[in-house]
Design a protein around this ligand. Sequence first.
Ligand code: NAG
Ligand code: NAG
Ligand code: NAG
Ligand code: NAG
Length: 521
Amino acid sequence: MWSALLALALAATNAHALLRFPCAQLTVVRSDPLINPGTVGAHLHQVVGGVSTPGDSFDFSMPNGLDLQAASQCSSCSVLENKSNYWTPTLYYQSPTNGTFTRVAQYSGPLTGNPNAGMVVYYTQIGNVTSFPKGFRMVAGDPFLRSYDASIDDSRSILFRCLQAKDASGNGPDTHNLPTTACPGGIRSQINFPTCWDGKNVDSANHRDHVAYAINASFGNFGNGCPSTHPVTLPLLYLETYWDTTPFNSGWANGKQPFVWSMGDPTGYGYHADYMMGWPEDTLRQAMAQCTDYGGQIFSCPVLHTRSEQDMNDCAVPPRVDEVVDGWLTELPGCNPVQPGPARATPVSGCGAPTTTEPVTKVSFLKAIDGWQAVGCAAEPAGTSLLTGGTTTGGGMTIEKCLNTCATKGFKFAGLKNKNVCSCGSSFDTSKVSSNYACNLVCEGDPSEFCGAANRLAVYNGGTPVSVPPSQSSTVSSPAPTGGQPIAKYGQCGGQGWTGSTTCAAGTTCQKLNDYYSQCL
Ligand SMILES: *[C@@H]1O[C@H](CO)[C@@H](O)[C@H](O)[C@H]1NC(C)=O
Ligand SMILES: *[C@@H]1O[C@H](CO)[C@@H](O)[C@H](O)[C@H]1NC(C)=O
Ligand SMILES: *[C@@H]1O[C@H](CO)[C@@H](O)[C@H](O)[C@H]1NC(C)=O
Ligand SMILES: CC(=O)N[C@H]1CO[C@H](CO)[C@@H](O)[C@@H]1O
């Protein structure tokens, strides 16, 4: 799509507005607040974008009318103004020899930096567009499709690119199904959302009836205008995700492609995506009028601003479903059976997979370990060391291995960083800890644990417990409402260090969610 658009933009006399920006991974969890609101979802998703409360998980319940712009405190996307949420399924490799599954890592695309990869988001102006209204949401694709039907919009809106190299060219053949040959640069999944709206409803029961694809549109083709039932043209939103399938290129048997989407789809036809709009309404409108850089670069658009990659990576939340999604799994999360079709897939349930969510207060990227205090996640920029008693790297690092190593050497403090680095120390400056930091990379040696992140140290203390100061706001903080105005629903109304108003708008009350944050609900 990228090269097609570039050609189009260069050829066009009137430039189409284009935004293209990366989003880091917010969370990977069996949640789908559109399709399965308030409960555990049917299959695993990777989610990017805003978080409705800081330190909270991507919410399982995102009720109609929720104003993401007002509610979101951080976003994993590079555009500061954008608090939208986007999610897609995740990709697994299934071993042809023993049938177990392991999750395929993602990588950030070329030309958009190097955040902890989620996806690259595009918004394109196709003619005279009307921006998404507040509260707007929709889905693209159909998770139950297992064959290609050119008459189905969902079928045409998806393509997979078999990348020939991990470089900026992005070259490779596109197919509607998962590639049938091993791809030297991995696979890029590409999906278009509908671009035509009924002009009235921000959502519909199936999250689709209020929107439609343009006539004869397909991925990379804008189509021939909107149908009369949905006459209002929206910006074209599309998502690209880079899957690093290359470690498995030698793991094909009998020429059969070994990848399967998290809903049990080995074909690719059931690929799908969800969108919850979280822009300030007028900002996207202005961007669609003014951001005509043909590369879609945000920094060349005066209306928009970017956040740092570190801030993107720090906007991450722990999964609230108690299940392991990495390592080698005997079943896909939610125990979705692999259904190759060509008939539509059928949903399964009651297979024993968790159906309840963990309380927000219970989930953390740090683990509760007897005799150790989980101090918190601290900033440790490259070239600096918060714990100075030496480091060990690799060796199938786990939290337990690191704590044991440090304890054996007589150190009270242990810290884990970047999946596999362990450092020890006899003292630690707790002011470096912030709940705004994410220590969310899965440990090299245990897929059920997290071992810090790049530039972020997960700190444990085996000595006398230390007190951790209230969280410093390091990234983006919401300004306290002024003038004693009542705070709107979902707005912050209290918590550690809060100096703003605590008066909620009529019909809502200030409810304590956790120690450092409270909301009008
Ligand atoms: C299954 O096969 C994969 C490689 O295809 C291997 O890494 C994994 O350890 C195997 N698991 C079991 C339980 O044999
Ligand atoms: C674009 O759409 C707006 C709102 O529907 C309308 O007022 C305006 O005239 C349109 N502009 C063009 C150039 O078609
Ligand atoms: C859509 O495609 C069909 C089949 O190619 C064609 O017959 C029809 O004229 C097209 N409609 C429009 C509006 O382009
Ligand atoms: C926290 C945050 O990113 N807020 C920004 C959201 O977008 C508005 C409108 O552009 C900005 O003013 C905020 O700073």
